[in-house]
Design a protein. Structure first.
Length: 124
């Protein structure tokens, strides 16, 4: 039961942080000032992509937790999510962590924390 709680906590963190990425997309893009349409579209696409990816990983973790969190397939799915989050964490650490805006510094922390909850969910 505690392992399921850990997985749902991870899922909730990811979905909430993913949604938090989606809402400010327009203002984030505006913050880049006068840039070309191509660059504006790339930034928009990447910003939305990270938000959707986080929501998707959170949804997968939640579905696995609700359906069969102890199954063999669930084990592999959760490990894939764990590694994906840590990869995102490393990318965020070397890019977003250099930015003075605090939410960018929170990304690697939230990704790593979520992956730790997944690990705890696998082994508790």
């Amino acid at each position: 039961m505690i392992n399921q709680c850990m997985l749902f906590i991870s899922s909730g963190l990811l979905v909430l942080w993913g949604i938090a990425h989606l809402f400010p997309t327009k203002s984030v893009v505006k913050g880049f000032g006068d840039i070309s349409d191509d660059n504006r579209n790339i930034i928009t696409m990447e910003w939305i992509n990270e938000g959707v990816t986080l929501v998707f990983i959170g949804a997968i973790v939640s579905a696995v937790s609700a359906i069969d969190h102890n199954g063999r397939a669930s084990f592999f799915i959760l490990w894939i999510c764990f590694f994906a989050l840590n990869l995102l964490s490393v990318i965020s650490f070397f890019t977003g962590f250099k930015i003075s805006f605090i939410p960018f510094k929170l990304c690697p922390v939230i990704f790593t924390l979520s992956s730790v909850f997944i690990l705890l969910g696998i082994y508790l």
